[in-house]
Design a protein around this ligand. Structure first.
Ligand SMILES: [Zn+2]
Length: 324
């Protein structure tokens, strides 16, 4: 089944809403008489430059993000001086994570594409190539990709992935859906924004996950050790893409909720629990930087196959996880 980005009959909510295109016969004719360069500028203005949430709501739906801060802005803020050892100056809040206000009547409206074959062909590369497609769930990403025609997949240039780590054993959720054929079909993908959300049930799980993800792999060269660490976010296969630009933000804003029970039933204060279990700002930045670095490294398939053989011979099962 081909994905049809959903239509809506909502009134224009902003000057960039695609509804602004008039589709009466006369106006389309006038529009199509303009020079191609000018039309491309119009298409870009009307249907490019947005962050588009792909959601599952009785079928896949696309919503235009209403947030004022772009993923890059949020990433750049994480590079600023923190408030203290444990808190960023501009902490990401749950609204930024859930984007609740972006849904509802804000569906992406592509009805105008049906008015003319020429408009369809001219706007399709803009829609897929000049917006950021955002996925908060691995299964939605998978469904979107397998239902999208391969030629449309290849047009996507920019993506945002939200990786939620909610259980120790859940880290590989994305690796199950990021299959090699699908990843390799994203030939146009150049920019990737990764948000890693630590959403664990108990404070000790924060520490446990940190120890595991930041573990230095004894006897391994640093580049291989980094490779292993990124696998715990399930993103390892994306190393195959020739990405130009990667941002990564690691967020543990839900730490305080994980402490609820301990705060209620023990004498611990939040400060004590933070000191014992919470990731420091430096920890989060270290993981984010490792993810960025590894994803930006050029992929060498021949070298990879050699390493794979060596790893198989070495018999170290810990090196064979999820990636293959
Ligand atoms: Zn949004």
């Amino acid at each position: 089944m081909e994905i049809v980005l959903q239509f809506s009959d909502t009134k224009p909510s902003s000057k960039r809403n695609p509804n602004l295109i008039s589709t009466t016969r006369n106006s389309v004719t006038s529009l199509l008489r303009l020079p191609r360069e000018l039309r491309d500028c119009i298409w870009e203005y009307v249907c490019g430059g947005q962050l588009i949430h792909v959601k599952n709501s009785y079928g896949l739906c696309c919503y235009i993000c209403k947030a004022t801060d772009s993923p890059r802005t949020m990433y750049l803020r994480t590079l600023e001086e923190p408030n203290n050892e444990y808190y960023e100056k501009h902490a990401l809040n749950p609204e930024i994570k859930s984007h609740v206000s972006c849904y509802g009547r804000n569906k992406l409206n592509l009805e105008f594409q049906r008015t003319s074959r020429q408009i369809y062909h001219e706007t399709t590369p803009i829609i897929y190539g000049m917006n950021i497609f955002s996925f908060s769930n691995a299964m939605i990403w998978f469904r979107f990709m397998i239902t999208l025609k391969p030629q449309f997949r290849a047009l996507i240039k920019c993506m945002q992935l939200d990786i939620t780590i909610s259980k120790f054993r859940d880290c590989g959720e994305w690796s199950e859906t990021l299959t090699i054929p699908l990843v390799c079909s994203l030939t146009g993908l150049k920019t990737l924004h990764v948000f890693i959300w630590l959403k664990l049930g108990r404070p000790d799980e924060f520490r446990k996950i940190k120890e595991h993800m930041m573990k230095d792999w004894e006897g391994l060269p640093e580049y291989e050790a980094n490779e292993q660490k990124i696998l715990y976010t399930g993103l390892g296969r994306l190393q195959r893409l020739p990405l130009d630009d990667v941002t990564c933000v690691v967020c543990d804003d839900e730490f305080v909720y994980a402490c609820d029970d301990l705060l209620l039933y023990s004498d611990n204060t939040l400060e004590q629990l933070e000191q014992e279990y919470k990731w420091t700002v430096a920890d989060k930045r270290r993981l984010a930087e490792r993810v960025r670095t590894v994803l930006l490294e050029p992929w060498d398939e021949v070298e990879y196959q050699k390493e794979l053989e060596q790893k198989k011979k070495s018999g170290r099962k810990d090196l064979m996880i999820t990636r293959f």
